[in-house]
Design a protein around this ligand. Structure first.
Ligand SMILES: CC(C)(COP(=O)(O)OP(=O)(O)OC[C@H]1O[C@@H](n2cnc3c(N)ncnc32)[C@H](O)[C@@H]1OP(=O)(O)O)[C@@H](O)C(=O)NCCC(=O)NCCS
Length: 181
């Protein structure tokens, strides 16, 4: 069960069927999709949005989750925050590695407010409270906005890596501050 995570301005909650229109609006935009995946493509049908919301809801795990980031002041969804096993490079279909990644997809109407960083900071706290030793993030080398989020939330750049997604990515990592080694 994806638990609700609360921050000063945001509530991260499970996805609901009523979020389909927002999900379609978010993922049908090239500015959102252009750096996501090895072959970026925009969502082009509402049916895909229905399937995406279902996939988000299907991740049922005590620690991992895919949250709807919503603004507390008006309950408006503003984006997606993910914490899930990252696929290792290898033969398709890619299999999850032992590492857990954090990721964010914000609607462009809500960029520039610090929402991605605020939501991600809270999810890292949740991950570390649950005992994860470290969390990684990968970005397209050209995705400077996402790399800035990584740095803002205390992740360290590890250089480029081809360990994940059968792709060359900028790799970021943050260790659990409570870990002894
Ligand atoms: C990556 C992405 C989430 C970054 O969004 P963002 O809004 O720039 O990120 P943050 O939440 O960290 O906000 C930081 C910005 O808000 C500003 N800001 C305003 N109020 C703020 C506050 N209270 N706290 C922190 N930052 C604040 C910062 O100055 C900064 O603006 P700047 O970039 O002009 O300097 C967004 O570009 C996105 O969703 N892109 C498409 C999807 C994508 O590529 N995802 C990543 C795949 S790896």
């Amino acid at each position: 069960m994806t638990e609700v995570i609360s921050t000063e301005r945001l509530a991260l909650r499970p996805w609901e069927d009523s979020d389909v229109d927002f999900v379609f609006d978010l993922y049908s935009r090239w500015v959102v999709q252009r750096f996501i995946g090895t072959q970026p493509a925009v969502m082009d049908s509402r049916t895909q949005a229905i399937e995406r919301v279902q996939r988000f809801k299907d991740l049922d795990h005590p620690v991992h989750g895919i949250w709807a980031i919503t603004r507390k002041e008006d309950s408006q969804p503003v984006g997606t925050l993910l914490l899930k096993p990252i696929p290792a490079s290898g033969e398709e279909p890619l299999q999850p590695s032992n590492d857990v990644e954090i990721g964010w997809h914000l609607h462009p109407d809500h960029w520039g407010n610090g929402y991605a960083s605020e939501a991600a900071t809270a999810v890292l706290e949740h991950a570390f409270a649950a005992g994860l030793e470290h969390v990684v993030a990968v970005t397209n080398p050209a995705n400077e906005a996402s790399q800035s989020v990584c740095r803002r939330i205390g992740m360290e750049h590890q250089g480029q890596s081809e360990k994940y997604y059968n792709d060359k990515c900028e790799l970021f990592l943050v260790k659990n501050p409570a870990a002894t080694s």
